[in-house]
Write a protein that binds this ligand. Sequence first.
Ligand SMILES: [Zn+2]
Length: 231
Amino acid sequence: MISQLLQSGNDLFDLLYPVSCLVCGDRLDDDRHLCSYCMEHAFMPTNEEGEESCEGLVLPGWITMQDALWEFDKGGFLQDVLHHVKYSGLADLGIALGEELGYKLLKNRFLRIADDTILLPVPLHPSRQRKRGYNQSELIARGISTVTGARIAPERAMRRVKNTRTQTGLNASARKKNLSGAFELVDEEPFRGRRVVVVDDVITTGATAFELAAQVRRLCGDIGVATIARA
Ligand SMILES: [Zn+2]
């Protein structure tokens, strides 16, 4: 009897709070899939807020600034969280991570978000976007936009014309080759004279972000790259 009562209590709890934190398992009353404690403490920061770019990543001279929220943890919780954002359609989680990144960017003295900043999420190839139904980079950009007020480049302005194979397992030069010609600038107007920040979930060698940024390089002022993780 008691165990039955406990079971129905659990069922009620499941019904009231169907979402739990992906890291600690606590029940949540929203759809963000990450509790505020884990958002603050579960992952390793890449650098101090307001400090210069992440160490060890080689940026082309024309990329003014790069920032990432956390260090990628292969096989760890962050990998799991980012996998869910990419493949499980957890839109609110993607937006929440973007907001967290937005707060960090606001404190960054180098990658300044200003009135003229336009966020450029890395586009997915249309066939992949159709299959998935959303673009994780766009979700992250939405979060950054909410916090900073920076506008997001219109989706039609930049296209992914090459459905590239996964970058995993490729070395730096193979990644670069794989990405070459992957993007096509359709409309220059949204980028002209602006400060552009490329937005992605993870930066490894930077091949994707740099190839994308190169499409708008001649049009805009500063170009930066902001990601949730740095691998
Ligand atoms: Zn948690």
